[in-house]
Design a binder for this molecule. Structure first.
Ligand SMILES: Nc1nc2c(ncn2[C@@H]2O[C@H](COP(=O)(O)OP(=O)(O)OP(=O)(O)O)[C@@H](O)[C@H]2O)c(=O)[nH]1
Ligand SMILES: [Mg+2]
Length: 222
């Protein structure tokens, strides 16, 4: 009897993954150079410690699927690794429009706190907000309600490196690392897009990463 139960459960799981595979969720992972986008893409493919990435991403890599399993839930997502240097930001727009990206992760690290005049992450964020809140696609066609993303999340990466550096008491989403990005988040929320903030160590803490992805599916608003 239990063999049949196992067989049925196995078939059901395989069908469910097959369905998810066919209708995988489109994720866009953006952020300036060296924040950890390639590391995150690798973490999502091969759960565990990710080796140090030595090379900057040039242009855009192939889109690939990632199977995310946590607490008995399985989701299949698709993402593309794109370089974070300013010359590649146009490719973020192309990626969003081509794949109709529904979940957006904007990765940051603490460079704007360590170097006060380093505004590159803020410029990249403003550029992304403009794309996402624009009423029209780049070809001039008006967006429909369903064309806006379902969830946007700011991921403050490399927590292992900066967790002891800044004094902060209270909820993590109020951490000063997120402060300059707040008004952009409010613009998105005004459009009805759920937003969230996470801290992660994409290189070394898969649980943080996988919890972040699953929470985005849940549509938690912060
Ligand atoms: N300590 C630590 N280092 C990290 C973490 N995530 C990424 N790194 C390191 O940060 C550096 C940059 O990571 P990448 O993944 O190449 O960054 P990227 O955003 O893809 O950079 P571009 O391809 O230039 O856009 C690499 O040396 C990574 O090993 C992390 O969570 N902790
Ligand atoms: Mg990269």
């Amino acid at each position: 009897m239990s063999m049949y139960v196992h067989l049925v459960v196995g078939i059901f799981e395989a069908l469910s993954i097959g369905y998810q595979y066919a209708y995988s969720h489109q994720f866009g992972i953006y952020g300036v150079s060296q924040v950890g986008k390639t590391t995150l893409n690798n973490q999502l493919r091969t759960r565990g410690e990710v080796p140090d990435i030595k090379k900057r991403t040039v242009g855009k890599c192939r889109t690939s699927r990632k199977i995310i399993k946590m607490h008995g839930h399985t989701k299949v997502m698709k993402s593309t690794d794109i370089g974070g240097e300013a010359k590649y930001w146009d490719l973020w727009l192309q990626d969003i429009e081509k794949r109709k990206v529904k979940y957006v992760i904007f990765m940051i690290d603490d460079r704007h706190l360590t170097r006060k005049f380093n505004n590159e992450q803020l410029w990249a964020w403003e550029y992304l907000i403009k794309i996402l809140t624009d009423n029209n696609w780049s070809n001039g066609k008006r967006k429909k309600n369903r064309d806006y993303p379902k969830h946007i999340s700011i991921w403050a990466n490399k927590y292992d490196l900066w967790k002891e550096k800044y004094e902060h008491d209270g909820p993590i989403e109020k951490h000063p690392i997120f402060l300059p990005f707040q008004s952009g988040l409010e613009q998105l929320q005004d459009r009805g897009v759920p937003c969230s903030k996470f801290i992660v160590s994409a290189k070394s803490d898969p649980d943080m990463v996988y919890r972040g992805i699953m929470t985005m599916f849940g549509g938690v608003t912060l």
